[in-house]
Design a protein around this ligand. Structure first.
Ligand SMILES: Cc1ncc(COP(=O)(O)O)c(C=O)c1O
Length: 404
């Protein structure tokens, strides 16, 4: 018998598994083994999906929901999304220019697959959400990382965007509020980037998954709303995972220029087909039903945000900018990199620091390296206040105990 050839495709060679999922899985495994770990790893609300959304899904099941639907999603849902995104971005969106997928992650994957030829470049501001560079590479493209500076609250400057552009640059990824930094681009910063986008003839991938979660007077600014020239070159990526506590329902959507949405639909039609019918029905209820649940959860996140930032800033050696959106704090812990633990282990980088924190201090945080920002860690504050207090206490105790 010949040995089976189990070689996997070379397109996977540069691809890393998602570090956020890895940290969360490690914390979960320790918990399952009876270890009392506090996890700040997961990027998901701890709230249950609101009752009226669950009720709509239950009623849907009783009506016989559970069939294949149109690839792009059921008509009333696409209409509701077109209406909602049209309002937010100050433009008219036709329901045919909306594609419903299995999460915003899936929407982004379809988009990069639809857009990129081998060697095409996509500008990704750092710190970035872990999946953008790998998705671009899976689609055959080349991520071009532009670093945002801490003193600009991690927003990239227009001249840095211009300098990163070349003949193969197709698109800029804009994620505001940002995962992992919680930074929110101001209207002026968006307008300045928009100028370069038009000048360099780029498309914009506007990942707005956290747009409803802004705090302390910050407001979400849409690049598509800057003007028709921007609306015509922006692909809006959005979804219900974060704002409605619906991560596991797996619904995200894209809206944008017809040829691009059509190409994305073609890919989806030959891969996953429609997003789950029952989840589409639940999403329709989320978008068309009462919206006070979003505000209630936002207020809870805001309280936790303030508590977490205060506790982090109280740790000598930690600096933490105020996150203005999403549900993450992204402190600079570079002062602790290179220090040693009580038993003599040197923590050479933020990954080693995070490994030691989860095993030694029983607190899980995600290393900044995964987001293109070594020396930082990401903590999600979408968890209970009790966990925030105890988890950051553990972090505090562990960090101040390091030597060297
Ligand atoms: C910036 C960003 N975009 C997209 C997603 C994907 O969201 P979904 O759960 O809808 O796939 C996430 C989830 O963590 C995210 O943080």
């Amino acid at each position: 018998m010949s040995t089976p050839n189990l070689k996997t495709a070379s397109r996977l060679d540069p691809i890393k598994p998602s570090i956020t999922l890895a940290v969360t899985a490690k914390a979960k495994a320790l918990k399952a083994a009876g270890v009392d770990v506090i996890s700040f790893g997961a990027g998901e609300p701890d709230f249950d999906t609101p009752d009226h959304i669950k009720e709509a899904a239950k009623a849907g099941l009783d009506r016989g929901v559970g069939k294949y639907t149109e690839v792009g999603g059921i008509a009333p849902l696409r209409a509701a999304i077109a209406g909602e995104l049209g309002r937010v971005h100050g433009m008219t969106i036709a329901p045919e220019h909306v594609l419903v997928s299995a999460g915003a992650k899936h929407s982004l994957f379809n988009l990069f697959m639809a857009l990129l030829d081998p060697g095409d470049e996509v500008v990704i501001p750092a710190p970035y959400w872990v999946s953008y560079p790998d998705m671009v590479m899976l689609a055959g493209g080349k991520p071009v990382i532009v670093e945002g500076r801490a003193e600009d609250d991690f927003a990239i400057r227009p001249e840095a965007l211009r300098a990163a552009c070349g003949p193969r640059t197709r698109a800029l990824v804009l994620n505001t509020p940002s995962n992992p930094t919680g930074a929110v681009y101001s209207a002026a910063q968006i307008a300045a980037l928009a100028e370069v986008v038009v000048e360099q003839n780029l498309l914009v991938v506007s990942d707005d998954i956290y747009r409803s979660l802004v705090y302390g007077g910050a407001t979400y600014s849409s690049i598509a709303a800057v003007g028709p020239e921007l609306a015509a070159r922006t692909i809006l990526i959005d979804g219900v995972s974060k704002a409605y506590a619906m991560t596991g329902w797996r619904i995200g959507y894209a809206a944008g220029p017809a040829p691009i949405i059509k190409a994305m639909s073609k890919i989806q039609g030959q891969s996953t087909s429609n997003a789950a019918h029952i989840s589409q029905v639940a999403t329709l209820a989320a978008l068309t039903g009462p919206q006070d649940c979003v505000e209630t959860m936002r207020q809870a996140f805001d309280e936790r945000r303030l508590a977490m930032v205060e506790l982090l800033r109280a740790i000598p050696g930690v600096t933490c900018r105020e996150p203005k959106g999403a549900f993450y704090a992204f402190p600079d812990v570079s002062a602790f990199v290179g220090k040693s633990t009580a038993d003599g282990k040197v923590l050479a980088d933020d990954v080693a620091l995070c490994d030691w924190l989860v095993e030694g201090a029983k607190v899980a945080v995600v290393p900044g390296s995964g987001f293109g920002a070594p020396g930082h860690v990401r903590l999600s504050y979408a968890c209970s206040m009790a966990n925030i207090r105890e988890g950051v206490r553990r972090l505090h105790e562990a960090l101040v105990g390091l030597r060297g």
